[in-house]
Design a binder for this molecule. Structure first.
Ligand SMILES: [Zn+2]
Length: 476
């Protein structure tokens, strides 16, 4: 059991806010949180461990730990809804620094095609480490690049990395089937044929997916985008996901170039293509979703389809501004995604929530998105997109996925009138003090539990240097 004593503030952004109200009324001050096994069992003042101790269970081995949380803001665990872990090895790549999406991809495919088992494993560890250290308890990944000339069991490597770090992990089995010779964007060496993709996706689901509410492993079906997979694969992927009872994910409406591509190749706008292929519904979430018109937003709302908002990537690539305000007003679930690290170039999830708030205000003005709305997107809505309906809230009975930030730090000094909002508004220090997933510490005292941060850094950096060198790009 874990007892979090005297929490400075417990944020509950899932509680509905009155319009124009900052939301401090939804906070709990000076309470304790008791965790037993995988769940929050009690929140209240002056709690202690139960006497006599309850009989041990599979989830509760009888250990007891008390944590002084009097310096901490307690958030529901943050959830990352879009990423490409392998891109952590190609941050700030020289030829992709100032390019827009299609040119950026064309340049980077030539580097990414050199991946191997080591690069997949260490990039996964690196991305997950950054996520955990910035408050993430759960993440997806969208790996879609499978070199033809070597068999790499990417899901197995990624699930191993996630299990070692202790994060809840719900990756997609991504895919690309349409290379340049078919009018798509990627080179032939990194696409697979459709039967191979569907068989490998089904195998990943059978081997790794656990649909229980407190599962640590989920698999979604993730054809990459309308410009890298065929219409038939998009349709077959949706059918496979429904047959297996798993979620569906793809990139959609990211750029105006994509609109033009879809109209030119499929004679339809991207969302029309999704409707025609069945790749839409409450079990689907799209990455980006910038270029939806009003009618299309109504369609998303009517079908319950979600969106992973990736503000840093959208700014970095000059793609545009997602209409998050309009989506939230329609009841569309919008989560936050850091996106791949070749277009962010970090996995700082609390930082990404801050970016979401700021970017909406660029478009819609200063009241466009409040700090607690941004935190709700980054926790409860993200959990919902990945299918974890029992996480993302700090309440009795919920899964014990929590992020604690010590706000008695230089970067938060002066924010004592609203330390919850301070986490979003102050951009200096995003390291979590403690992160708890399924009732277990994964970050403790600002450090990864049982992990050597320096080893992750050095191994991942060595893999990055190898990848750049294989592509003939000099490194410092
Ligand atoms: Zn992406």
């Amino acid at each position: 059991m874990i007892l979090l004593k005297d929490c400075r503030v417990v944020a509950r952004p899932h509680l509905r806010l009155a319009p124009g109200e900052p939301g401090t009324g939804t906070d709990l001050r000076g309470v304790d949180i008791l965790i037993r096994g995988k769940r929050i069992v009690k929140i209240g003042k002056n709690l202690g461990f139960p006497h006599p101790p309850p009989a041990p269970t599979v989830d509760d081995d009888g250990t007891r730990r008390t944590v002084d949380a009097s310096r901490c803001v307690v958030l529901p665990g943050l959830v990352n809804t879009h990423h490409h872990f392998v891109q952590t090895l190609t941050r700030a790549a020289p030829g992709a620094q100032d390019a827009k999406l299609f040119h950026w991809l064309t340049y980077l495919y030539e580097i990414w095609k050199g991946i191997d088992e080591e690069s997949v494993y260490w990039s996964s560890r690196l991305a997950l480490a950054e996520l955990a250290l910035t408050g993430a308890t759960c993440s997806t990944d969208h790996h879609y690049l499978y070199p033809r000339d070597r068999a790499i069991d990417i899901p197995a490597l990624q699930f191993a990395a996630a299990a070692e770090l202790g994060l809840r992990f719900a990756p997609t089995r991504g895919s690309m089937s349409m290379s340049r010779k078919d009018g798509g964007l990627p080179p032939d060496s990194v696409v697979q044929d459709e039967d191979e993709i569907l068989a490998a996706t089904e195998s990943a689901i059978d081997r790794f997916h656990d649909g229980e509410p407190d599962s640590m492993r989920r698999v979604a079906v993730g054809p990459c985008s309308p410009f890298t997979v065929s219409e038939s694969l998009m349709r077959a992927s949706a059918e496979l996901g429904r047959r297996k009872g798993v979620r569906l994910h793809t990139h959609l409406a990211e750029t105006s170039d994509e609109d033009e591509f879809c109209v030119g190749k499929f004679c339809r706008r991207p969302l029309e293509l999704m409707e025609d292929t069945g790749f839409i519904g409450k079990d689907v979430w799209y990455a980006h979703g910038i270029f939806f018109n009003d009618e299309e937003l109504d369609t998303l709302a009517r079908t319950g389809t979600g969106v992973a908002h990736c503000p840093s990537s959208n700014m970095r690539l000059g793609s545009g501004i997602c209409r998050v305000r309009d989506m939230l007003d329609r009841g569309i679930p919008v989560g936050v995604g850091v996106d791949g690290s070749a277009s962010n170039d970090s996995s700082d999830l609390l930082g990404e929530i801050r970016q979401a708030l700021l970017l909406q205000r660029v478009k819609y003005g200063s009241s466009a998105l409040s700090a607690r709305e941004a935190l709700r997107m980054g926790s409860e809505f993200g959990s919902r997109l990945l299918g974890f309906d029992e996480a993302g809230r700090v309440e009795e009975g919920a899964l014990a996925d929590l992020a604690l930030f010590d706000v008695d730090q230089l970067g938060y000094a002066g924010a004592s009138a609203d330390p919850v909002a301070g986490l979003v508004f102050c951009g200096f220090d995003h390291r979590a003090e403690h992160v708890i997933v399924n009732g277990r510490f994964v970050v403790d005292g600002r450090k990864l539990v049982g992990m050597d941060e320096e080893e992750i850094r050095s191994k991942a950096d060595a893999e990055s240097r190898k990848l750049f060198s294989k592509a003939g790009i000099p490194v410092y």
